[in-house]
Ligand binder design. Structure first.
Ligand code: SAM
Length: 307
């Protein structure tokens, strides 16, 4: 009886981490089983997760599938890393955190290594980052049209010419479209069963003009593929959003960023064209000095060099 009551109390039902996961799933229109399939866990695991029960691994897998991240913790690729970095940043030892959370040092180490339970993660969050909240979902910036329309604006030839001239032929466009004027040796096309967020990238030069509604996700993917050595140089044309910690801490260190002067007229699905109502930047991983110079010679703007 006591044990039952304890277990009930330990459920972190009201924590933002749990509450918003359910809301994020519903916002995508996914059933629990759809999320389960995408996160490669059982439907039962998702059912339990939404009640604050289960393993931190299930939570991490679901969060990844939902593109759900917390802000107000610390940088890190996973929640476990974010928690460890937060503890280290606050100069809190594992034993002191153990006392403050009522968990054992072994449990805290397990959570920081991606293990442990959701309840333990929540207890640690309550102590280390009580103001953590969900990063606001990214939004498309185009003012009109439905999501598919806004996410399918093609790079015009006028912009591509300086790209080819400075960086060379494109080996891969990982988010290609049959109607896009971008010339690439290989394109990943969603309708053909390709998935640029799943399939490995390759080649000397990869050009990416991603769906802007998932800009950060594609930039992270580009960074990951470049770090893995799958592509030598990767250029991503995206809205000039500089607000994320990731931009300041990771992109700033690893990418050269070209801030464009003026707007680019992208081509829409009906063949019309419209200038972006926002500023753009070209984020490049693995650029050489010659490539940067050649690009700047023909496109108005300036480079912010990687640190
Ligand atoms: C902004 S358009 C850019 C098309 C082309 N790269 C260009 O620059 O003209 C982005 C395209 O990515 C495609 N897309 C969306 N998600 C994708 C995914 N996971 N894998 C591959 N392509 C994807 C969409 O069909 C959309 O047409």
């Amino acid at each position: 009886m006591c044990r039952l009551i304890l277990l009930k109390c330990d459920r972190p039902r009201r924590h933002i981490l749990i509450e918003v996961i359910r809301a994020a799933r519903k916002a995508k229109g996914w059933l629990q089983r759809s999320l389960a399939a995408r996160a490669a866990v059982s439907s039962q695991a998702i059912y339990r997760l939404e009640r604050g029960i289960g393993s931190a691994k299930t939570m991490e897998a679901a969060a990844k599938a939902l593109d759900y991240r917390l802000t107000g913790v610390a940088p890190g690729r996973t929640l476990a890393e974010q928690l460890r970095n937060r503890r280290v940043k606050q100069k809190v030892s594992i034993s002191s955190l153990a006392k403050r959370t009522g968990l054992s040092p072994t449990t805290i180490s397990a959570v920081e290594n991606g293990g442990g339970s959701i309840a333990s993660v929540v207890r640690i969050l309550k102590v280390l980052a009580p103001k953590a909240k969900r990063r606001a979902p990214e939004r498309a910036y185009w003012g009109q049209g439905d999501k598919e329309d806004r996410d399918s604006r093609f790079t015009p030839e006028e912009f591509m010419e300086p790209v080819y001239a400075a960086f060379g032929d494109i080996d891969l466009d990982p988010c290609g479209h049959p109607s896009s004027p971008v010339v690439a040796t290989r394109r990943f096309i969603l309708g053909n069963g390709d998935d640029g967020l799943r399939d490995a990238w390759f080649g000397r030069f990869v050009y990416v003009n991603p769906p802007f509604s998932a800009q950060l996700r594609w930039l992270r993917r580009a960074h990951e593929q470049w770090r893995m050595g799958n592509a030598h140089t990767i250029a991503c044309l995206v809205p000039a959003r500089t607000d994320s910690a990731w931009f300041h801490e990771t992109l700033r260190a690893d990418a050269d960023v070209y801030f464009l002067q003026g707007r680019v007229r992208f081509i829409d699905l009906r063949g019309g064209s419209q200038a972006t109502p926002f500023s753009l930047m070209l984020v490049v991983f693995g650029a050489t000095a010659e490539q940067k110079e050649a690009f700047a010679a023909t496109v108005a703007g300036f480079w912010m060099d990687r640190k």
